[in-house]
Write a protein that binds this ligand. Structure first.
Ligand SMILES: *Cc1c(COP(=O)(O)O)cnc(C)c1O
Length: 377
């Protein structure tokens, strides 16, 4: 559903310009430093940010790449996962998760999700494993970690790799450790909307294994280690100096920004409690939520969304169609009804406005409008 140009949006879903206004001078300052430095590609900003971001994740190495999609693709390549290999993941995710698996030449195998956290239901993994399974690819969706302990146990028992898609959950804790540090490789996106956002495309892979670090560094740079000589077939997927410089500037703010998000989540939780047909997001014990998205569930989603739009409140559906039912991925052979929880959620979920600079008064307005909808009907 789209607002027509004549509708006035009063409560915006997200807008990076609030971040820009807040940090404008510092951003322009580092951009100027990079532009004046004489080095625009793979310089000190990238290597410093790689070090700082991997340390933040509790991983030993960081390898900056061009996007979160490339991070996933190169992670699979680095683990030699390609044609003939099955990668177990979820259909309830952003398209790039699946696009990256396909780019690597592998076959995605979907398991259903939990209906309260919207995350991979790890109790379904065992029955999805075949002799072709090479990797489990959990997606820490909306800002909360998948239940990693049983997943890692199964992967270790069966000798299967684990690549974590952390695009929406940078910094999220699971049993005291940050996402990205559990699997063979963790992948991140710094797409502008993400909780740590660049001013353009950017991504990162993190790992604790030195040989994977070396491989990832080669793969992102035509397979070269230096000179004009490819050690192996590679790609071009570099993180820009100027994006790295902006990200380096924003990283120390991340915790505070997430606290801002958590405060808004608490306001939503409090204000929306006790409405009959609304299920609020669930945070499991032993995990933190980064509140990339605040997503509620209701059987009257479309009508509620319309009501909020009319009230000048922007909302989104993340995601309206499960990937296995999209025309572009029908060929994978999953029909309607094959992932019932995922399919039901797509018709019931609604993401409310959520970004650190969203005024609390706006969150209150969203709450009021939602209460009005359920109490007035
Ligand atoms: C954003 C996102 C990606 C892809 O990141 P890009 O930087 O846009 O390529 C991958 N997976 C998930 C879950 C995402 O949300």
């Amino acid at each position: 559903m789209k607002n027509s140009d004549t509708d006035v949006i009063q409560v915006r879903y997200w807008d990076y310009r609030d971040n820009y206004q807040q940090h404008r001078e510092k951003i322009l300052d580092v951009v100027d430093k990079v532009f004046s430095s004489g080095r625009l590609i793979l310089g000190s900003m990238v290597s410093e940010f790689e070090e700082e971001f991997s340390a933040f994740c509790g991983a030993q190495f960081g390898i900056g790449v061009n996007s979160g999609t490339d991070a996933l693709f190169l992670a699979l390549k680095a683990l030699n996962i390609g044609a003939g290999a099955e990668v177990i993941t979820v259909s309830n995710t952003a398209v790039p998760t699946v696009a990256a698996i396909r780019s690597a030449g592998a076959t995605p195998v979907f398991v259903d999700v939990e209906d309260d956290t919207f995350l991979m239901d790890v109790t379904r993994l065992e029955q999805a494993v075949t002799s072709a399974t090479r990797c489990i690819l959990p997606v820490h969706l909306y800002g909360q970690a998948v239940d990693m302990a049983p997943l890692l146990q199964l992967a270790a028992n069966r000798n299967i790799h684990v690549v974590e898609d952390c695009a929406q959950a940078a910094g999220a804790l699971y049993q005291g450790k940050r996402v990205g540090s559990f699997g063979d490789i963790g992948t991140f996106s710094f797409y502008p909307t993400k909780i740590l956002g660049a001013y353009g495309d950017a991504g990162m892979t993190v790992t604790n294994r030195p040989e994977l670090k070396e491989r990832l560094k080669r793969l992102r740079f035509y397979g070269m280690e230096g000179g004009y000589y490819s050690e192996e077939e590679g790609y071009n997927s570099r993180l820009d100096e100027v994006q790295a410089a902006i990200l380096k500037l924003q990283l120390p703010e991340l915790n505070e920004e997430v606290m801002g998000r958590a405060k808004l989540a608490a306001i939503y939780n409090e204000g929306l409690r006790g409405l009959g047909d609304v299920t609020l997001p669930v945070v499991r014990d032993g995990r933190t939520h980064q509140w990339y998205l605040y997503t509620i569930r209701t059987g009257r989603r479309d009508a509620l969304m319309q009501h909020l739009t009319a009230a000048g409140i922007e909302t989104r559906i993340n995601y309206p169609t499960p990937i296995h039912l999209m025309r572009g991925y029908r060929f994978l052979g999953y029909g309607e009804g094959s992932l019932p929880v995922t399919e039901r959620l797509a018709g019931e979920i609604l993401s409310l406005p959520m970004y650190p600079q969203l005024p609390e008064s706006h969150a209150e307005r969203v709450i009021e409008a939602i209460r009005e909808f359920f109490q007035g009907h």
